[in-house]
Design a protein around this ligand. Structure first.
Ligand SMILES: Cc1cc2nc3c(=O)[nH]c(=O)nc-3n(C[C@H](O)[C@H](O)[C@H](O)COP(=O)(O)OP(=O)(O)OC[C@H]3O[C@@H](n4cnc5c(N)ncnc54)[C@H](O)[C@@H]3O)c2cc1C
Length: 511
């Protein structure tokens, strides 16, 4: 045989392999339910499926399970036993209406209803599995008490990250699955869904040695946690210039792309879990960022004040405002405010990380270190005009904004954006400090269109038999923005959608 014909045969074989796609495999496994993604939603689905009597294989891309679930703290529920015990009244009706109104009824009402309805029972289910809760907090100061915070381990905070709030729940799931016959294949991403005669009947995975595994399953649950690390998708759907992902590893949109390829429709793919503004490389407990996100005086790159700074308590609001001005803002404060934050403590707390009243004793050290780097993150000047020049702003524009703001401070009334007067502090005592801030997010919150059973559906709404999509791969829980009015919503969506998927997959298998 000539070299040319051998070459043609190889090309033909390769073409057959590519064409056959999912049909080709080095190894075959069989199960009832295959779950792609071993994070919050995928593991919840696995536990529920095992409890329902199904054989389960979980595919996880990383070397350990948990995904973003290793970072979260608290879970939304309405009418939970814990709430009732403490006299907290958050009815399912109130929660449903709050979510739907916030979304302007762009959310999928039946799906929202299903998640809200299941939410208290899911806390009981977690409790029965051995997950304990510490307290119930709000999404933001003064909000409804829905955020059921999982008790951290004795090593909290952070000596041992596996002892963090939700990671304790992840550990409970992991142990349960392994002790009850479930299989978890680590470093084995799902790469393709297998569809035959219009039904999803399995998934193709690749293990760490590069071997292809065909997993035949009666149903597949996709739970890969969104696309926060996929640059192309982020550019397309979340076009902030400098968005900083927090707690996201290997979120390449795999599950979303697989489901779309299998015929699923698109929903909510532009919704991001906007977080309070920050800077790349600085964690949530950093005092320099803690100072910069206090609700004092924020301007856009032209030097114009653009928001009620206290929107920062509800991150989606400050995230949206920051997006609207192009993704870069500067927080400016004077020396009197710097001293106030160091000596008296901050007015607005930063989640669990820096509590209200904390004295920012490490502010000067961090700020000066960053200033010495001259990397364009922080600035200091003795006059507003000099500061403006350093920030690349027209000095007269920034000066006019500062003068207007100081005038409002002296009147004790924000006549522009109606910010509460307790946050009105002058920008008058030199030196002046500025910190650049960019949008951050805790993940993406949509992609695949599903129904209230979490079945993947076509754009028209027809279910794709055998395919379920859950957690942050699925759309429908939000309108155009992440909702923080009821704290703990995204973890609750992951857990409840995972459980609902498993229950429905079992029903489907039995038919
Ligand atoms: C710092 C931080 C704090 C948070 N706090 C809260 C909170 O207090 N309350 C709240 O409600 N929400 C909170 N969240 C959000 C919440 O954690 C997430 O919404 C939730 O964990 C998402 O669950 P998921 O199952 O969709 O994704 P994940 O939990 O991220 O799971 C997805 C899994 O899929 C895996 N994967 C990806 N691709 C593949 C593939 N091809 N094959 C196999 N596996 C794959 C990933 O490695 C990952 O393990 C927080 C998020 C962050 C970052």
């Amino acid at each position: 045989m000539s070299k040319k014909s051998i070459g043609s045969i190889i090309v033909l074989m390769l073409a057959i392999c590519i064409f056959a796609g999912s049909a080709y495999a080095d190894k075959t496994m069989n199960t009832d339910i295959a779950i792609v993604g071993g994070g919050t939603s995928g593991l919840a689905a696995a536990v529920q499926a095992i409890q329902g009597g199904a054989k389960v294989i979980v595919l996880e891309k990383q070397a350990k399970v948990g995904g973003t679930g290793n970072f979260c703290e608290g879970i939304f529920a309405a009418e939970s036993k814990m709430q009732k015990r403490q006299g907290i009244i958050v009815t399912k009706e109130f929660a449903f209406k709050t979510i739907m109104d916030y979304s302007h009824w762009l959310a999928n009402a039946r799906l929202v209803r299903a998640i809200v309805d299941k939410s208290p029972e899911t806390l009981d289910w977690l409790n029965d599995l051995g997950v304990q809760f510490e307290y119930i907090g709000p999404g933001g100061p003064g909000g409804a008490l829905t955020w059921h915070v999982i008790a951290p381990g004795p090593d909290y905070p952070h000596k041992d990250k596996t002892d963090f709030h939700c990671s304790r729940m992840i550990n409970v799931f992991n142990k349960y699955i392994l002790a009850n016959g479930g299989q978890i294949l680590l470093q084995t991403p799902g790469v393709d869904l297998i569809k035959e005669k219009g039904k999803v009947v399995g998934v193709v995975a690749k293990d760490k040695s590069g071997e292809t595994i065909r997993i035949n399953a009666k149903a597949v649950i996709v739970a890969t946690g969104g696309f926060a690390n996929n640059k192309e998708m982020m550019q397309k759907y979340a076009p902030y210039p400098d968005v900083i992902p927090v707690g996201q590893i290997g979120k390449d949109g795999d599950g979303i792309k697989m489901a779309w390829s299998a015929g699923a429709g698109e929903e909510g793919v532009r919704v991001m879990q906007a977080y309070r503004p920050g800077l790349r490389g600085f964690g949530p407990a950093d005092h320099m960022i803690g100072a910069a996100v206090q609700p004092y005086f924020w301007v856009d790159p032209r030097g114009v004040r653009f928001t009620d700074e206290s929107t920062v308590v509800l991150w989606p609001y400050s995230g949206n405002a920051l997006e609207k001005i192009g993704g870069t803002m500067y927080s400016i404060y004077d020396d009197a405010t710097r001293r106030f934050m160091v000596e008296k403590g901050i007015q607005l707390q930063l989640g669990e990380w820096i509590l209200q009243g904390t004295k920012l004793t490490k502010l000067d050290e961090t700020f000066n270190k960053e200033l010495a780097k001259k990397n364009g993150n922080v600035f200091k000047a003795n006059t507003i005009e000099d500061l403006a020049q350093q920030l690349g702003m027209n000095p007269s524009v920034l000066k006019a904004s500062v003068d207007e703001y100081n005038q409002m401070v002296s009147m004790r009334e924000d006549t522009m954006f109606f910010k509460k007067r307790e946050y009105l502090r002058p920008v008058a005592t030199p030196p002046f400090y500025a910190t650049k801030l960019n949008p951050r997010h805790l993940g993406t919150l949509g992609g695949v269109k599903i129904n209230e059973k979490t079945e993947a559906v076509t754009q028209k709404g027809d279910p794709i038999p055998g395919l379920y999509v859950v957690g942050t791969d699925a759309g429908g829980m939000y309108g155009d923005s992440y909702d923080l009015l009821l704290g703990g919503g995204t973890a609750a969506f992951a857990l409840n959608s995972g459980r609902i998927a498993a229950e429905n997959a079992i029903q489907y298998m039995k038919k």
